[in-house]
Design a protein around this ligand. Structure first.
Ligand code: ADP
Ligand code: ZN
Length: 431
């Protein structure tokens, strides 16, 4: 019996979280997604580290089916029309048909690109997300958004295409560079900030969750509520945020100490730090999965996950690729919290707490961070340039800019992004 924690999305328990899941992943795929051909696409970094384990599992379990691994170059440049065509040509050359199942093993680049290939190959084939970065685990692999970049901008061509499964194997984080881990923590902290219910965990897995209870304080609520209602409600609020704040060192330690492979037996075999890490990951996935479930095509509510992203994206547009997405969002969160403070909605104390928490995960919190000021691209960071870029944000209605305004740690001012005057944003940016 494998120790897996399931999170539901769009009415199905398709997100499976745990440690050292590769044998479980391969067996589940073969058992429940029967096919003549399994294609695994990864990049050279992840492939060098983890492909052989998948190869071995498929070799011993696949029967007559084919297992075709395909390795591409790492980095955002692969997420292009050419990169997509290259994978498609490989599939066509190998006579892949409609029954092909594609596995995307890697970070957000692989997930977005391979997901889009799956969405259009033979008018759509089944695919599986196996995210290997924290950012992809808690954010990009959940929600069914797939896309490629063009010279006109990022993620401009794509489709909504839901994976059959999202397998979250936290053991992959042990090979992830520390900077990439911090990058993902920005989204984890963002998820912990808002007061949100999520319909996360089905009753059948509750007994497995019980041992994790002491790690996050709201888990007892989850249990109490879910025993009486099928739709569970865990609440991420100030208490979860406090756990992230106070246990940063432990969470870092959880990925820096290689875990023993217990072949996913029982939770008793995990260290407390690993259990905490898994709770934190599953918690933020639960928040995202809930929002996707109630607002799959991103109309209004799903915009709430964009806290920190209005200003963060503008910063990222100027500083990419030197600064990573989560790093720009971390600065964006503080600046947007400052906007909320200017508006008299959020307290200085709350801004200070958020700042300290992001710093604890080694994230930048202002545009004057030396990691930013030392970059040549930082010379183009001006208030007018940032405001200009914010004009083309997808959340906008006409020229008005929208920002998710926090009213305190654990709540937003409105159940959607708020229209904010340019002069308020400009004042915050110039301070
Ligand atoms: P994201 O968009 O999720 O941040 P990318 O797909 O750009 O991520 O991946 C970031 C970098 O980390 C890439 O160079 C990728 O090859 C590498 N990488 C991804 N997962 C791992 C892992 N588990 N261990 C080591 N390196 C990884
Ligand atoms: Zn983001």
């Amino acid at each position: 019996d494998v120790d897996v924690r399931k999170v539901s999305i769009l009415g199905k328990d398709s997100i499976h979280c745990g440690f050292h899941l590769i044998p479980y992943i391969v067996q589940t795929v073969i058992d429940t997604l029967p096919s003549s051909t399994y294609v695994l696409v990864t990049d050279t970094n992840v492939g060098n580290l983890h492909l052989s384990a998948f190869q071995a599992e498929f070799d011993s379990r696949k029967g007559n089916a084919r297992f075709l691994p395909y390795v591409i170059a790492p980095g955002e440049t692969s997420k292009s029309r050419e990169g997509k065509a290259e994978i498609e040509d490989y599939l066509l050359l190998n006579k892949c048909t409609r029954d092909t199942v594609i596995l995307a093993l890697g970070g957000g680049v692989i997930g977005d690109l391979v997901g889009f290939v799956a969405a259009t190959f033979m008018r759509g084939v089944r695919f599986v997300q196996i995210p290997t970065t924290l950012l992809a685990m808690v954010d990009s692999s959940v929600g069914g958004k797939t896309a490629i970049d063009t010279p006109h901008g990022k993620n401009l061509i794509g489709a909504f295409w839901q994976p059959e499964y999202i397998f979250i194997d936290a053991a992959f984080l042990e090979t992830l560079p520390a900077r990439e881990f911090s990058n993902g923590m920005a989204e984890v902290i963002k998820a912990a900030l808002r007061y949100l219910r999520y319909t996360g965990v089905s009753r059948s897995v509750l007994p497995r969750i019980a041992p994790i209870q002491p790690t996050l304080s709201s888990i007892p609520d989850l249990k109490a509520v879910s025993l009486t209602r099928v739709q569970t409600a865990a609440i991420w609020n100030e208490t979860e945020f406090a756990a992230l704040e106070s246990r940063a060192a432990e969470i870092f330690a959880a990925i820096q100490t290689p875990s023993v492979n217990f072949a996913g037996r029982t939770e008793a075999t995990r260290s407390p730090a690993q259990q905490l890490l898994l709770s934190v990951i599953a918690g933020s996935i639960g928040v995202k999965a809930h929002i996707v479930t109630i607002d799959e095509r991103e109309t209004g509510l799903r915009n709430l996950v964009n806290f920190g992203h209005t200003i963060g994206h503008a910063i990222e547009a100027i500083l990419t690729p030197a600064m990573l997405h989560g790093e720009c969002v971390a600065v964006g969160m503080i600046l947007e919290a400052e906007v909320a403070r200017q508006l008299g909605v959020l307290s200085q104390v709350a801004v200070g707490r958020l700042t300290r928490c992001l710093k604890a995960y080694n994230l930048p919190v202002s545009l004057s961070d030396p990691r930013i000021t030392s970059l040549p691209a930082a010379r183009s960071l001006s208030v007018s340039k940032l405001l200009d870029i914010m004009k083309i944000d997808k959340k906008n209605s006409g020229p008005q800019k929208k920002i998710v305004i926090l009213s305190r740690i654990g709540a937003t001012y409105e159940p959607k992004a708020t229209v904010v005057a340019d002069k308020v944003i400009a004042k915050t940016l110039s301070e």
